[in-house]
Design a protein. Structure first.
Length: 462
């Protein structure tokens, strides 16, 4: 596996080769403009590639992969750069920046979209929305579609349409040897299986075909409760999640209220009949009566608008640490842990989110995709955030302590898109019984370990 930074002479030769193959304006090395080329969502990341290649076409990716392999440069792939662990960049190696490849083409007859490897959820939803359609995405619009999908892709529509990975139908992939493969259910189906939750470990996904869905509007918004009511409200959320139809996903979390105090966020998304969603006697509006809310706003809105609207909550450049665990449900013990640590947010920007997994996503057989955890559960996302120039020690300690407390209640493994390389107790279990098949595919398509987008334990030989 290529891990160490390349020697200086190899970097020089690789740079020279790239200049011969493509425009110098698409090749960034330390100097003017370099800082912008390596800026990520998580401002705490300090990795510095020797070369950043801005890729416009699949041919650019092919050329860059071949040059990196020829001169022994470690390689990374950047979609939108939202991975908190900074794996979009590689120290002393070559980063392929796919952001120029953000195009989306909708096929109305097929009910699908062809999505560039650098497209964001906002790009996809804007194109689909022109036709009254939506796609399975996460909660934030600036996140890349490819990265989200390859790791699984929790999102507000998962109860009705499944994970983002479940909606991946085909992909164009540049492999470790520079060849281009088109995978779907008929061609290279093992590779497609691996891409549906196995992470960015098998090649560079330059485009993907995803299924679209007719959802003219969703009923969503937020309900904020004072933290003193958190345990009581979460007990009632537990009951609502037990009975939730596929159309209703109920995300909860701890955030800072406008007055600076901790507050419990209840964030429902209803993607069924709008009249039912806005009915005061329906399951969505009932969530506002779980306690005495500080704030309540639930309306019918286009899905694309609500996803894009959350981007302001997570701007680029803040410093972030994330820990994740998956718990089967809101047990009394889990509620007690959330009540404790959610009431002790280390900074006003930090938060604790519980993503609701149920319905259609939970009815996929574990062996049908690389994403293995298919029983109903809550994926917890503990987010410690601090501003540049501030000491992030408290945020780190709080995130670690929260994760350790949840570990005793958690299922093995965790969500690979949020598992950092130091999650050594979780990574071996992240893929469950699907790990041997993933390792076999990895050995077949990338025996030298060129790609390591998300954690994937390597097979051992004796």
């Amino acid at each position: 596996m290529i891990e160490d930074p390349a020697p200086a002479n190899s970097i020089v030769e690789a740079h020279r080769a790239l200049l011969y193959l493509m425009s110098p304006r698409r090749i960034h090395v330390p100097g003017p403009g370099y800082a912008d080329s390596i800026a990520l969502w998580n401002g705490a990341v300090q990795r510095r590639p020797a070369i950043v290649v801005s890729c416009n076409l699949t041919e650019d990716v092919v050329a860059a992969v071949r040059v990196a392999r020829e001169f022994g440069l470690p390689l990374s792939v950047r979609g939108r750069g939202h991975d908190y662990a900074g794996r979009a960049l590689v120290d002393g190696g070559m980063t392929l920046d796919l952001r120029p490849m953000f195009g989306v083409r909708v096929d109305l007859e097929a009910g699908t979209a062809e999505v560039g490897g650098g497209a964001s959820a906002n790009d996809l939803l804007a194109a689909a929305g022109e036709h009254g359609l939506v796609a399975a995405t996460g909660t934030i619009g600036a996140v890349g579609v490819a990265g989200l999908t390859l790791g699984g892709g929790y999102g507000p529509l998962a109860g009705k349409v499944g994970l983002a990975a479940d909606n991946l139908l085909a992909a164009e992939v540049v492999m470790a040897d520079g060849s281009v493969v088109r995978t779907d259910a008929e061609r290279d189906p093992d590779l497609l299986w691996a891409l549906r939750g196995g992470g960015g470990n098998f090649g560079v996904v330059t485009s993907m075909t995803v299924r679209l869905h007719a959802v003219p509007a969703v009923v969503t918004g937020m309900v904020l409760f004072p933290w003193k009511q958190a345990a009581q409200v979460l007990e009632r959320v537990r009951e609502a999640q037990y009975d939730a139809p596929d159309e209703l996903t109920i995300q909860t979390g701890a955030i800072t209220a406008p007055d600076g105090s901790p507050a419990l966020l209840v964030l429902p998304t209803w993607c069924g009949d709008v009249a039912t969603g806005t009915d005061s006697a329906g399951p969505v509006m009932a969530l506002g009566r779980l306690g005495d809310p500080l704030f309540l706003q639930l309306d019918a809105v286009p899905y694309a608008a609500t996803v894009a609207g959350r981007d302001a909550m997570f701007p680029d450049g803040r410093h972030v640490v994330i820990r994740t665990r998956s718990v089967p449900e809101l047990t009394d013990d889990v509620i007690a842990i959330v009540d404790r640590f959610g009431g002790e947010l280390p900074t006003p920007l930090s938060g604790l989110s519980l993503h609701h997994f149920h319905g259609a996503a939970a009815r996929v057989a574990p062996a049908d995709t690389a994403f293995v955890l298919r029983s109903p559960h809550l994926m917890t996302e503990t987010i410690g955030v601090w501003a540049a120039g501030e000491d992030g020690g408290n945020a780190h300690r709080w995130a670690e302590a929260t994760s350790e407390a949840l570990a005793e209640q958690a299922l093995p493994g965790g969500y690979v898109n949020l598992l950092g390389p130091d999650a050594i107790d979780q990574i071996p279990h992240a893929y469950g019984e699907n790990l041997p098949r993933l390792q076999w595919i990895k050995a077949a398509v990338d025996p030298d370990g060129v790609f390591s987008g998300t954690p994937l334990p390597l097979a051992t030989t004796t």
